[in-house]
Design a protein around this ligand. Sequence first.
Ligand code: UTP
Length: 299
Amino acid sequence: MQKVRKAVFPVAGLGTRFLPATKAIPKEMLTVVDRPVIQYVVDEAQEAGIDHLIFVTGRNKGVIEDYFDIQVELSNTLAERGKSVELKLLDELQPKPGTASFTRQQAPLGLGHAIWCARDLVGNEPFAILLPDMIMQAEKGCLAEMVALYEKTGGNVISVEQCAPEETHKYGIVGKGDAVGNGFKITSMVEKPAPEKAPSNYLISGRYILQPEIFDILATQERGAGNEIQLTDGMLKLAETQDFAAYPFTGRTFDCGSKEGFIEANVAFALWRPDIREKVIGNMEKLLKTVEPADNAVI
Ligand code: UTP
C-alpha cells in the first residue's frame, strides 16, 4: 500500500461570503487568534505525516505564497533585535525547501476543477485533500485518524460528521456499512438526499484521502450544482469501482468561510490557549452581559 505523502489545499475560491474582507485578503489568510486559518490546516496535515504541501491558488492569492516563504528582511530584523522566540516560531512553521508547491486554477470553476489542477504535482499516488476553510479542533487531528484508517483499508477514506436528520438535503450523505478500524465502510453516497431518502445522517465533511484515478474522472466531468465541477460528483463515479471508508470525526469543526463559523473558531481556539484563556473568558462574560443588538450595526 502506498503511503499518503502529499496533501492538496484548494485555495482558489472567491470567498464571496466574506466580502468585503476577501476583496483583498484571501479568506484562508484571515487570522484565528494569531495565525492564519491556513496554518491550522497545514499543521493538521503535517501531524498526519504529510511531507509535501500542494496549494491550488487563484488570482489575489499571492500572499499565501509569501506566507509560506522565508521573509529574509523580517528574519534579519528580528535577529538584530534579539527576538529569538519569534524567530524560532517562524522557523518552526517554515516548510522545508522543496516541500511546498503552488499551481494556479485560472478560473474558479469549482472544487473538483481545483483538485484536477493539482494532477501533475500529485502524480500517480494516493493523496489527501483538506478544505482550508474548515478548521478542526481535536486532541488528535482528523487527517491523522484518517491515515490510521487508510492504513487498514486502503482505497479511499473521507471524513464524515453527523447532521440533524432533517438537514440531509444540504449535504453529501453516506450509507453506513460494517465497522472497520476507527471508522466504517461506506455502502453508498448520495448528494443532498431528502431526509426520507437519506441512507444515514453522516455528511461528507472537509477531509479526503483519494486514489489518483479521481483525476481521470475529473478531467471529463460535466459541471454540476452551481454550474461548477464538483468533487462530490467525481467521488460518486469513483465509488462505482473503488472502496470508500469513513472516519466519523467527533471533534469540533468550524466553517471559517462563514462569519459565524469564523468567530466561533476564534473563541474556541482562544479558549484552548492557556496564555489567553482566562482573560478571554472574563471579557466575554462582560460583553455578553452588556452588548445589545444595535440599530446602527453595519450589516
Ligand atoms: P466554497 O464553497 O467555500 O467557495 O469552496 P468559496 O468561493 O471559497 O467561498 P464562497 O462560498 O464564495 O464564500 C470550498 C473550498 O474550495 C475552494 C475554496 O477556496 C474553498 O477552500 N475552491 C472552490 C477552489 O479552490 N476553487 C473553486 O473554483 C471553488
